[in-house]
Design a protein around this ligand. Structure first.
Ligand code: PEP
Ligand code: MG
Length: 743
């Protein structure tokens, strides 16, 4: 660790003076190279900035041929400068020409300079450029000199972020100014144009340099003390949740790490402000994180990153959020369902997440709202600034940041086409869905939040085929009370205005974890203690929910279904609980619902082979295709690598569906399909051809599904499927698509 370096402090002070002067970007850069070479006693100082992510350009120099400025360019990884940028690590050599990777640039006249020290100019993992000093005499620069140059690079990065070098020449363009196209994974289709609203905006450091090291050290220590207390709080609130506790333990270890504090204090000694010193450390940790091959180490470095962010916010007082602009597209690394609900559907046009998963809770909420959601859009948090224009193409999984006019016009055309389609769907909204050959198909909607209910009339749905009650539990910080639930279910039924609503009892576990319910770590949660298994073991919660449902009906008909039934006994036992609660309500002289229909979800292949009695006892069946498909093909619905591997129109899966439908027909049990596939027009058509007469889907899918069904002849589709099966096809998709195209 370097000793307090007065030269370094002096240099930073002069740098700050350059910043404060009113000067053009190029002039500032030129002044800085002069200051650095003079202060460090080197023959050369040069600044290379990124022209684009793959190219660096010499933007200012003292000592090299000035004609080379804005002429000399290199690719990332090319030459010593390119190597510094790619590896994000200093290169320090007494004999540059003999060093691996050296590339001679004749236009710069650098052959006379033997020693070379280059350090990356970077900010929190974002490559901005390279700062270089060179000397004629062959010497390796000392650790103190390397450190001092890194500190200057850090200040340069902050200045660049503040737009201090904006000016003529493309390499001096303002940061975050260029058009960028990012690709991600589609979690909810749709297209939207809007402006970026960063959920967790970058901390802006307006004062990277500070004179009074003592005061800055005191500020840092005070913030670290507060951070330690906060982490202790987090740790005690995570009691019982082993995974969360593990993360917070790591937080505590870092928060108490002497070497972390010492490294930050060294930054202050060198002339940085407390926040700049924290960020310098954070930048170094991010570079290590990128290079760490070991997943455990990467996770721990990510924890450190999170902790540094908290410290930065404490030091700068910069919080999250801010006013949500009109037409906001929420951009975040990740966002929880509760946070999304706080924004509210009306405020957001689309969501783009850097991480996130298709099956996450946030995705469920976005889907319920029918707003486009792209997940795993790598780089978006770094690239986007609040207020940037953004186009979200949820059909292709593409995000255009700061699009140019051409891209924007093409996108608007696409939006107009979609609006036309919506008009077509609106025109058939009140038409009952009947196929050309006379089969009546009931189209219902899936819901889970009160906010979904307004879609009931506007979508043309004939009722709610699946109300996922767990969403209400997931978006809270504590177990809801019976009276809250009863009031909510009543409002849902009121809003449905007499149309049927099928309430599914709590389906928690697997990815749907209640923060306030203790549970053990399970190696395979999707196959673990979830849904009805939890309900039957934790009877108090299930009873409370059943009571709330019975009361909410206030004498109206009630439909309840139990999720994830894997054997008949589970259904019978769950139903017995409901019967008991009904007796109890009667004894309390409460009004019972006019009728109570009790159904089961078929979500495991075992139920296709259940005893006939199961189909007789259940008053209706709903096929939960999302789970059924994942267990049938043994392919995790959350896992991007495998979840699309098996086609829903695979003959094996269609045969399974056909068999379940046939068993229901034998016993006269109404059957519907409520997985995501019901909302995909071609899949919906094939399900109808397999005999399903009720499909429940996202409200936005009802128009497109009805549109295709109204124009179809199921006997023809059935014949196409039969032919493809006989021909030994693995999936009937191609055959059905060809038939649809021909028509
Ligand atoms: C399903 O599994 O198909 C289903 C509708 O339930 P969920 O998606 O909530 O698991
Ligand atoms: Mg399910």
């Amino acid at each position: 660790m370097p000793a307090p370096d007065t030269e370094s402090r002096k240099l930073l002070r002069r740098l700050q003076a350059v910043m404060a002067e009113a000067a053009a970007g190029q002039e500032r850069l030129d002044r800085i190279t002069g200051l650095v070479s003079e202060s460090m006693g080197t023959d050369v100082c040069s600044i290379y900035l990124h022209r684009d992510p793959e190219t660096l350009e010499l933007c200012a120099t003292t000592g090299l041929n000035p004609e080379a400025v804005h002429v000399t360019r290199m690719r990332l990884g090319e030459g010593l400068v390119g190597r510094v940028a790619r590896k994000r690590r200093p290169v320090n050599t007494a004999d540059a020409p003999a060093t691996k990777g050296f590339r001679y640039m004749p236009e710069t006249g650098e052959e006379v300079f033997t020693s070379f020290l280059g350090v990356p100019v970077q900010r929190l993992g974002e490559r901005l450029g390279v700062l270089v000093v060179q000397s004629k005499e062959p010497r390796e620069y000392s650790d103190d000199e390397v450190y001092a140059l890194e500190v200057v690079a850090m200040v340069l990065a902050e200045m660049a972020e503040l737009g201090a070098f904006v000016g003529e020449g493309e390499a001096l363009a303002a940061p975050h100014a260029a058009q960028v196209l990012l690709r991600g994974v589609i979690a909810q289709e749709g297209a939207a144009e809007g402006v970026v609203h960063l959920h967790d905006p970058r901390v802006v450091i307006s004062r990277p340099v500070a004179e009074d090291a003592e005061a800055e050290t005191a500020r840092l220590r005070e913030a670290v003390d507060r951070l330690r207390l906060k982490v202790d709080d987090m740790l005690s609130s995570a009691e019982g949740d082993s995974e969360q506790a593990e993360v917070f333990e790591a937080f505590r270890m870092f928060a108490h790490s002497r070497s972390w504090l010492r490294r930050m204090e060294a930054g202050i000694e060198a002339g940085l402000s407390a926040e700049a010193a924290v960020e310098k450390e954070q930048t170094a940790a991010r570079a290590r994180m990128e290079q760490a091959g070991d997943a455990y180490l990467r996770d721990r470095l990510a924890d450190l990153d999170d902790l540094s962010n908290r410290l930065l916010r404490m030091l700068t007082g910069q919080g999250r959020g801010g006013v949500v602009p009109e037409g906001a597209v929420l951009v975040a690394r990740n966002v929880g369902p509760g946070e999304l609900l706080e924004y509210g559907q009306a405020k957001l046009r689309a969501i783009v997440l850097e991480d996130g998963a298709v099956g996450s809770h946030a995705a469920i909420v976005a889907r319920a709202w029918a707003i486009p959601l792209i997940v795993q859009a790598r780089g978006v948090v770094q690239e986007a600034l609040s207020g940037d224009p953004i186009l979200v193409d949820g059909e292709q999984g593409i995000v255009h940041l700061r699009p140019d006019e051409r891209v924007r016009d093409a996108f608007r055309e696409k939006l107009a086409m979609q609006a036309d389609a919506q008009t077509r769907y609106a025109a058939i909204r009140d038409t009952k869905c009947r196929t050309r050959d006379g089969h009546r198909i009931e189209l219902m909607m899936n819901a889970g939040l009160m906010a979904d209910l307004p879609s009931l009339p506007s979508s043309g749905a004939e009722g709610v085929g699946l109300f996922r009650t767990e969403l209400q539990f997931l978006v809270r910080n504590q177990m809801p009370r019976r009276s809250d639930l009863a009031a909510l279910y009543k409002r849902v039924m009121d809003a449905a205005g007499g149309l049927p609503v099928t309430f599914r009892t709590l389906d928690i576990g697997s990815d749907k974890v209640l923060p306030y319910m203790k549970r053990d770590h399970e190696p395979n949660p999707a196959l673990g203690w979830r849904a009805i298994r939890v309900g039957l073991d934790k009877r108090g919660v299930m009873r409370m929910q059943l009571q709330a449902l019975l009361r909410a009906a206030e004498g109206r008909p009630l439909r309840v279904m139990f999720p994830f039934i894997a054997q008949m006994e589970e259904f019978l036992e769950a139903r017995a609980h409901l019967t008991r609660e009904m007796h109890r309500e009667t004894s309390l002289r409460h009004v019972l619902p006019e009728t109570v229909e009790v159904g089961a979800m078929v979500e495991t292949p075992s139920m296709a082979f259940a005893p006939r009695r199961f189909y007789q006892e259940a008053e209706f069946i709903s096929i939960g295709g999302n789970d059924l498909k994942q267990f049938f093909f043994a392919a995790d619905r959350e896992n991007e690598r495998v979840r699309r591997r098996y086609d829903t129109l695979n003959v094996s899966f269609l045969t399974l569906i056909e068999q379940i439908v046939a068993r229901c027909e034998e016993t006269g049990t109404p059957v519907s399909f409520c997985g995501e596939d019901a909302g995909r027009p071609v899949e919906a058509l094939c399900f109808a051809a397999m005999g399903l007469r009720c499909l429940s889907m996202r409200p936005a899918s009802i128009g497109p599904v009805k549109h295709i069904l109204l124009r179809s002849d199921l006997s023809e589709v059935r014949a196409v499927i039969a032919k493809a099966r006989e021909a030994g096809e693995q999936s009937v998709r191609d055959a059905v698509m060809e038939y649809l195209r021909a028509r």
